[in-house]
Design a protein around this ligand. Structure first.
Ligand SMILES: [Zn+2]
Length: 391
């Protein structure tokens, strides 16, 4: 087997804060005798992303210097590009109850200790300022801003050590840490790997984009987000099944890896596009697909804002190359998939459906046109809608 260097993780080193083997028992024992903080679902997913290197070079929840620097200039204090403050917020009473402890235990929703944290700092922060810097709005109707406004007033910072992974997580066989995807890419000899993030079913348009990217890369990391998202998305189980039938029928198996992306959605649009690209670099991707309104919600961001923000950085600062795509569709006159960049025909020739139209068809048990969605995918989506929804 030939060996070659994969793309370096962001900041140079893949962070690994997982405690394993014989050290776990002793660590759990010390963790049980220190003050505890219970994590929200988003904080727990951040913890897992930090500990497994998805958020390299972060080794813990960020302190004040990094926090300020991220807000003001989209970089950590040491100049490494970083656009989203990954923080651990607690309310003021909880912060006082910790009594200045250096070591705290972090608990999951069930009250089990899952990690420890060396608390190096506690600090107050301005939520509205964070909202405007990160989300470009202070509107409490924005889901990311709403979450920020609801969280505690004090941020705890410091490195974390992960002692326990969640038990019985869904899609366990599709969970790979960055160290695992890197090993897999190296084994397959993939030098150029394109990452595609989605929280939606893959219709023909997205399949086309992935395959266009795959024409110039060696492999595709299909990396759906199954963490915390807005409640109105299609269930993660249905989406995962739709990816599997699509890959089984239409993708060369030796060129695609399906692996879930464990981060929580923030809906921070442009800043989150950079954040998502950096995370994929940590998984070993060299390229990352950025569509229109990536990680956007409502009308908070311009259609191309999440693509334009990449121009604010030198290519070397990011390391991973963004690939920008337009909306794509089947054009009956071109006789194939195309986009507004490649097809000169008018809307009447293009097979397009709005998200609402697709949803209505699926709810009614109707299969969208084959030029829009593969029949196998449509069937999974129709079945999913009729299994789950008591509406
Ligand atoms: Zn055309």
């Amino acid at each position: 087997m030939t060996t070659f260097a994969l793309i370096a993780p962001h900041g140079g080193t893949l962070v690994d804060r997982r405690v394993e083997g014989s050290e776990v028992a002793a660590a759990l024992d010390s963790a049980s005798r220190v003050p505890q903080v219970q994590l929200s679902a988003v904080q727990h997913s951040d913890l897992l992303c930090i500990a497994t290197g998805v958020f390299s070079p972060l080794t813990g929840f960020v302190g004040r210097r990094d926090y300020e620097s991220i807000l003001d200039r989209m970089r950590l204090a040491n100049d490494t590009v970083w656009t989203i403050p990954v923080t651990l917020a607690v309310d003021a009473a909880q912060a006082r109850a910790l009594g200045g402890a250096d070591l705290i235990g972090l608990q999951d929703a069930a009250g089990r200790v899952v990690a420890t944290m060396q608390v190096t700092e506690q600090f107050e922060y301005d939520k509205r300022r964070e909202a405007i810097a990160v989300y470009r709005t202070d509107d409490a109707a924005h889901p990311g801003v709403a979450r920020l406004y609801k969280q505690g007033d004090v941020l705890l910072a410091g490195p974390v050590s992960l002692l326990r992974r969640p038990d019985g997580e869904p899609f366990a066989s599709f969970r790979r840490d960055p160290a695992d995807t890197r090993a897999l890419f190296a084994e397959r000899g993939w030098r150029r790997v394109v990452g595609f993030q989605t929280r939606n079913p893959v219709h023909r348009a997205h399949e086309y984009i992935q395959k266009v990217a795959l024409e110039i890369c060696d492999g595709l990391l299909l990396n759906p987000l199954v963490g915390e998202t807005k409640g109105d998305d299609i269930s993660a189980a249905t989406r995962m099944k739709s990816y599997q039938v699509l890959i089984d029928g239409y993708y060369p198996k030796d060129r695609v890896v399906l692996s879930v992306f464990p981060a929580a959605m923030r809906y921070a649009g442009p800043r989150e596009a950079i954040f998502h690209a950096i995370a994929r670099k940590n998984y070993g991707c060299t390229h990352f697909i950025v569509g229109r309104d990536h990680a956007g919600v409502g009308n908070y961001y311009g259609t191309y804002d999440a693509q334009r923000i990449f121009d604010e950085f030198e290519p070397g600062e990011l390391g991973i190359a963004p690939l920008f795509f337009e909306h794509t569709f089947f054009c009956t006159r071109c006789g194939g998939m195309a986009s507004t960049k490649t097809c000169p025909h008018d809307a009447a020739s293009r097979v397009t459906l709005s998200g609402t139209q697709v949803r209505q068809m699926l709810v009614a048990g109707q299969t969208p046109p084959a030029e829009f969605t593969r029949a196998e995918v449509a069937q999974v989506l129709i079945d999913g809608m009729h299994e789950g929804a008591p509406k």
